[in-house]
Design a protein around this ligand. Structure first.
Ligand SMILES: Nc1ncnc2c1ncn2[C@@H]1O[C@H](COP(=O)(O)OP(=O)(O)OP(=O)(O)O)[C@@H](O)[C@H]1O
Ligand SMILES: [Mg+2]
Length: 267
């Protein structure tokens, strides 16, 4: 069943007195319920623009997005967002951050406590519930951000470089956590990343975008996310098919970057 339908999206940013930027051109995608899609592509290819349109923060120049058959015209609680960093409420405790959405909707205290406790236990943050956000490491903060997003029980989770600011080891652990949550919750997830390995590991479906204009260049269906939900991610990276696809995509992105540089040098 299609949950999120993206139809011929185009986005043009008109610069006052400057050249317009075609950030997206004719992007169409249908996401099934429970699908985990990673989006990869060189800087400036329109990944964040796409996500902002899906979130309802930006209205496209043309095309449409529907969620569960209804047109997306603005932000809504059925779409949860997780950003690279800095989106938590610094002045609130971990518990208050995670419970923020349901509390705003008037959820009774006892139920709220139960949901928040459960989420924080799942995220391995049992002993940090009453801590302030600034007392946590970057990895812990991203776990809080994930928990806060899940507390709203969204239909779709939109993540823009959620693990981009983490050190390599923490990042690997978090990739495992994202896969586990995906399997346990059955959520539909769109995850943007700069990392080819991450896109391969987490994308059941992987979309490679190309820049100028931002568009879909290539799409893959991959077995690694399914495999990774049950086994160690290190082992998967040694899989010959993983290595082959990684090289193929690295080559693809390399060529795009070369082309951009060429164009920049040529003026
Ligand atoms: N509000 C805006 N006004 C004008 N141009 C914009 C705006 N937002 C994005 N752009 C331009 O649209 C293009 C796509 O930007 P976007 O941020 O979506 O790329 P991205 O793929 O997320 O890049 P990165 O990997 O660096 O995060 C870029 O050329 C960018 O400069
Ligand atoms: Mg971006």
């Amino acid at each position: 069943m299609t949950v999120l339908s993206i139809q011929s999206l185009s986005m043009r940013f008109d610069q006052p007195g400057g050249v317009a930027v075609q950030a997206l051109k004719d992007v169409s995608l249908d996401l099934r319920q429970g699908e985990l899609m990673s989006v990869l592509g060189p800087s400036g290819c329109g990944k964040t623009t796409l996500l902002n349109i899906l979130a309802g923060f930006l209205a496209p120049t043309s095309g449409s997005v529907t969620l569960g058959g209804k047109p997306v015209t603005g932000p809504g609680a059925e779409r949860g967002m997780v950003f690279q960093q800095g989106a938590l409420f610094e002045w609130m405790s971990v518990r208050e951050n995670v419970g923020f959405g349901p509390r705003m909707k008037g959820m009774p205290k006892a139920e709220l406590r139960e949901i928040v406790d459960h989420l924080l236990d799942t995220m391995g943050l049992k002993d940090f519930k009453e801590k302030a956000v600034y007392e946590l490491s970057g990895g812990m903060q991203q776990r809080v951000a994930l928990a806060r997003c899940l507390a709203n029980d969204p239909d779709v989770i939109l993540m823009d470089e959620p693990l981009g600011a983490l050190d390599a080891l923490t990042r690997e652990k978090m990739q495992g956590l994202v896969l586990r949550l995906w399997k346990e919750t059955g959520k539909t997830i769109v995850l943007i990343t700069h990392s080819v390995e991450e896109a391969l590991l987490l994308g059941e479906r992987l979309v490679v975008m190309a820049p100028r204009p931002g568009r879909i260049h290539r799409e893959y269906r991959l077995p690694f996310a399914e495999m990774g939900a049950g086994q160690d991610l290190r082992g998967i990276k040694k899989h010959p098919e993983f290595a082959r696809t990684r090289e193929e995509i690295l080559g693809m992105i390399w060529d795009m970057e070369e082309e951009i540089m060429g164009r920049v040098e040529a003026g």
